[in-house]
Design a binder for this molecule. Sequence first.
Ligand code: HSE
Length: 309
Amino acid sequence: MDYLKIFAPATVANVSCGFDSLGLAVDAIGDKMSFTRTTERGVKITNITGADLTYNVDKNVAGAVVKKILNESHADFGIELTIHKGFSPGSGLGSSAASAAGAAFGTNQLLGNIYSDLELTKFAMFGEEVACGSPIADNVSAAIYGGFVLVRSYTPLEIIKLPVPSELRVVAIHPQIEVKTKDARDVLPAEIALKDAVIQWANVGGLISGLYTDNYKLISNSLVDIIVEPARKGLIPFFNEVKNSALNSGALGAGISGSGPTIFALCKGNEVASNVYKSIEESYKKTGIDFEMFISKVNPEGIKILEEK
Ligand code: HSE
């Protein structure tokens, strides 16, 4: 294969209770990236659209990941890369993760598929480190594995792909402000009370049990975050209003997508999702802050190949 074009999905990390350990992929929005094999070794970014990102290969998340994989695999070829960002960096929808995961996936395809999804996740985590200083796995593993994922362990890395109830829908609102992941991590408490940890890990267990058993009531009861959301919600204008609109119009739960400012709601079925969308839209129109919204199914396959030659 000499050329590949892919779609790398946006992702919702944490999913309320699972800070740094739960993530899901959406299919409504994502990036497009192309990879062209060159005889000259090394990486060159030839075009970036949709966002103002650096062409410096060592500082660009995608460039850095492609370079690392080509070096570690001793590839005897190089890659020219184009990146079309379909959503903004700093949105809380895994923008750097889509770039990092897409870069790992695409490079692996040109190498003849020599790395497993777990190995690709490790390479993509390096991209997250370039982006925000922390090698977080929740967004990148959701993009690579697709569906709903649990990062069961960081050392050693273990990713579990979870089942997705068929009627689960994601509604998301992205207020047009930027929250840097690093800033959103800096506001987190370094320590938490044992009684809070008990509530939080019981909810993670409940959510996962609900996913395995199609138990929407249990999913709803478990979509609660008493640790990270209280620390971060002040960074997101009108967070409480959006969450209340979502819950009052039938959402199973709502919370901060990754490090924000996007707010997500999970819903059962298209009709509820549509009501939740309208209710959030109505409430946010009054704020005077620009926003974008989408409704999406959970994307079961993650990164998709759009074209290959
Ligand atoms: N789990 C991470 C966080 C996702 O919430 O900081 C951000 O990329």
